[in-house]
Design a protein around this ligand. Structure first.
Ligand code: ATP
Ligand code: MG
Length: 240
């Protein structure tokens, strides 16, 4: 069974198409990067995969079911990190939120253990009782990743998780993401992500051009910025 299947997907908020005829699929544990210009439809595509929005036409299946039916196996790290900055809420509380389910109003001992484990794995256990507003951008980003992972998702969706983080912090977060043995989709303007071990790259600008990672053959030895990479990808003809 495919982890993600997107077929003939079209979407519009009002009159204009935001996404047109998107087709791709991911196998279990594959890692896909999504790139493309501002306003190209990347976040919209993620929200459709998450089941927060409904396709205008076409179909999305997550491990064989609709995104809504399978929402509980998807972890989500949203774009922008100023989340909960004005609330007096601790790191531990935020991570625990990832264990919330419909109709459940308290956390079990297991929930708390899982939250502590994930904080330990991400090496941020020492921040457990800190207020989210007192953390650095990179630390805050890790907390949001911890919140997405604590429900033990089969699919992790991340919307620019390394924006506003310094280069060494970015590397740390990318290493971490690369080490996760689950299906992953990441939106990123970060060129480093694209030169790493992604299985697929989707260039989204209303329509999608999908590139299979191993076939990419991106020159790794010379200086290369995102705009050149995007041109390079657009010229390639390995889309579906
Ligand atoms: N809730 C909404 N209602 C109406 N239009 C929207 C809504 N959200 C996004 N759009 C429009 O849909 C298009 C795609 O937006 P989206 O946020 O998906 O782009 P993006 O690729 O994630 O951009 P960025 O790189 O800036 O995050 C844009 O033209 C945007 O203005
Ligand atoms: Mg976006």
């Amino acid at each position: 069974m495919k982890a993600v299947e997107v077929e003939n997907l079209y979407f519009k908020y009002d009159k204009e198409w935001v996404l047109e005829n998107i087709n791709f699929s991911l196998e279990d544990k594959e890692f896909m990067a999504i790139i493309g210009p501002n306003g190209g439809g990347k976040t919209t595509l993620l929200k459709l995969i998450l089941g927060f929005l409904k396709p205008t036409k076409g179909e999305i299946k997550i491990y064989g079911k609709s995104p809504k039916e399978n929402r509980t196996i998807i972890g989500y790290v949203p774009q922008h990190t100023n989340f909960a900055l004005d609330l007096p809420i601790t790191v531990f509380d935020i991570v625990l939120q990832g264990r919330l389910k419909k109709g459940k109003f308290f956390y079990s001992k297991e929930d708390k253990e899982k939250a502590l484990n994930i904080l330990e794995n991400l090496k941020i256990k020492h921040l457990k009782d800190k207020k989210i507003k007192d953390l650095s951008g990179g630390q805050r980003q890790k907390v949001l990743i911890a919140r997405a992972l604590v429900s033990e998702p089969k699919l992790l969706i991340m919307d620019e998780p390394t924006s506003a983080i310094d280069p060494s912090g970015q590397k740390e977060i990318l290493d971490l993401i690369e080490s996760f043995d689950i299906t992953r989709i990441i939106v990123s303007h970060d060129i480093k992500i694209l030169l790493r071990n992604v299985d697929k790259i989707a260039y989204i600008h209303k329509k999608a051009v999908i590139h299979e990672g191993p076939k990419l053959n991106i020159p790794k030895d010379k200086h290369f910025c995102e705009i050149e990479l995007i041109d390079f990808l657009k010229e390639e003809e390995c889309g579906i």
